[in-house]
Design a protein around this ligand. Structure first.
Ligand SMILES: Nc1ncnc2c1ncn2[C@@H]1O[C@H](COP(=O)(O)OP(=O)(O)OP(=O)(O)O)[C@@H](O)[C@H]1O
Ligand SMILES: [Mg+2]
Length: 256
């Protein structure tokens, strides 16, 4: 079993899309998967068609110790795929920890996930676009991290920042944290910028870059808008096939 964060403090690089579709593809291959939405934007839940604003309790209540996880985990419309939802309330976690003098604020998510990790083959955590408390909690709770890199301007600056953050967390809190891999997202081989960034990433992080790149594919936002993973809504779409390959690579890491 493995807990994997999908992290990059840069916004809009494909974290949530990867979290949803990797989770769905793993579930499709028979793995039991819990997708943890750890972003106050709640896009992982929304993307799976869950009305997050109507929820009275979310991952926030579990993390502050007010709710039993088993009551919060939701079934999705996909077999083997479960969701621990989030909404805007999660943005107040900093304030809650500060005002209640919580001693180990960075270990809160790790503590709750440690109680249920044996029930799943994979727990995938969708991180917010920041390097704050929520991101640290996710990385402290994880065995490894996938870093989506959008083939766009300033991609490498973002990679440098997330690597520095990962190293700090390894030193201070979670020495076993590994990089599962860099993942090229929204890749378009027809643009020179796209191929240039892809070459840079593969050049720098050869062993650590997934062989598959996720292509830019209109079926991906179309599926999200309908509340489905693309892998379940249109399994033969280019984007779906890429996420199935990614899931295969992730499963192979476990077996080797
Ligand atoms: N491969 C793709 N092809 C086409 N559109 C994509 C692809 N990947 C992501 N998108 C779209 O790009 C936008 C940003 O993607 P996503 O929400 O996954 O990024 P994010 O890193 O989670 O963003 P945030 O930092 O706000 O959490 C979304 O509208 C999504 O549908
Ligand atoms: Mg997101």
């Amino acid at each position: 079993m493995r807990i994997i964060s999908i992290a990059n403090q840069k916004g809009g690089v494909g974290k949530t899309t990867t979290a949803i579709n990797l989770s769905s593809a793993l579930a499709h291959f028979g793995k039991k998967v819990l997708l943890v939405d750890f972003d106050p934007q709640g896009n992982a839940g929304r993307g799976l068609g869950i009305d997050i604003n109507s929820l009275t309790q979310t991952v926030y209540d579990a993390v502050i110790g007010d709710a039993d996880l088993s009551h919060l985990v939701k079934e999705t419309n996909e077999e083997n795929l479960y969701l621990l939802p989030s909404n805007l309330k999660l943005a107040s976690l900093d304030t809650y920890f500060l005002s209640n003098n919580i001693e180990k604020p960075f270990f809160a998510l790790r503590e709750i996930l440690s109680k249920i990790r044996d029930q799943y083959d994979f727990i995938i955590i969708d991180c917010p676009p920041s390097l704050g408390l929520l991101n640290i909690n996710a990385l402290v709770a994880s065995d490894s991290v996938i870093i989506p890199v959008q083939c766009e301007y300033f991609a490498m600056e973002a990679v440098a920042a997330i690597l520095a953050s990962i190293n700090k967390i390894k030193t201070d809190y979670n020495p076993d944290l590994r990089i599962e891999g860099f993942l090229l997202t929204m890749y378009d081989s027809r643009t020179s910028l796209g191929t240039e960034i892809a070459q840079q990433v593969r050049g720098l992080f050869k062993e650590n870059t997934f062989s598959i790149s996720i292509p830019r594919n209109i079926s991906i936002p179309e599926a999200s808008a309908r509340g489905y993973s693309v892998t379940s809504w249109r399994p033969s779409a280019q984007g779906s096939m890429a996420y199935f390959s990614l899931a295969r690579e992730v499963i192979d890491h476990e077996e080797n």
